[in-house]
Design a protein around this ligand. Sequence first.
Ligand code: CA
Length: 232
Amino acid sequence: MDKSTTKVLVVEDESKLARFMELELEHEGYKVIIAEDGKEAIDKYFSEGPDIILLDLMLPQLNGIEVCRRIRKESADVPIIMITAKGETMDKIAGLDSGADDYMTKPFAVEELFARIRAALRRRTDKAEDNSNILTLKNLTIDLARHTVKFDNNDIELTKREFELLVYLVQNKNIVISREQILNKVWGYDYIGETNVVDVYIRYLRTKIDDKYGVKLLHTIRGVGYFAKDED
Ligand code: CA
């Protein structure tokens, strides 16, 4: 992407840092828009249509997580890099769940910032060109890049392990997979514990998907294993 047409929205309430980022990014050839609080960030997102957002976590009005969530409701595409100050406790998972693509901790070197911006923009381009990040099984859609699962338009909240199990089954849809294969792939070869953990997690998935939406996507072949079925 041509940098001179790439708009960066910098959301930062420390005005000195915001100004520093603006100067550095402009020097690098980007167009820069600044927002100093969470509300302004949302307004500028809508009015300016930035190509990428650098989002401070601790902000007046709305914090970075909330800003991220609201923007993600409107757009799955715009890359968001969350920036946290050293010492701020930020649950990485909470940030990822809110839809951020990447993280940085302050203070950071501007070269690192540039590298992350380039990477985020590149990932977006790749995503636009290649939909292989999306897996489907009938009405179910799994977005591997964003770690989200939907049944039609309903979000399904899964734990990390449930997500990995579902992805593995859907990647191999219509093929029966043994418990052992699932254990090795999803829990790892060094897993020590109950082998019925697979059955337990299949049950969790069924509760959240099959039972909830009245469908039969996850099938059991007694004594053999499991498969995700999308053929009738
Ligand atoms: Ca701040």
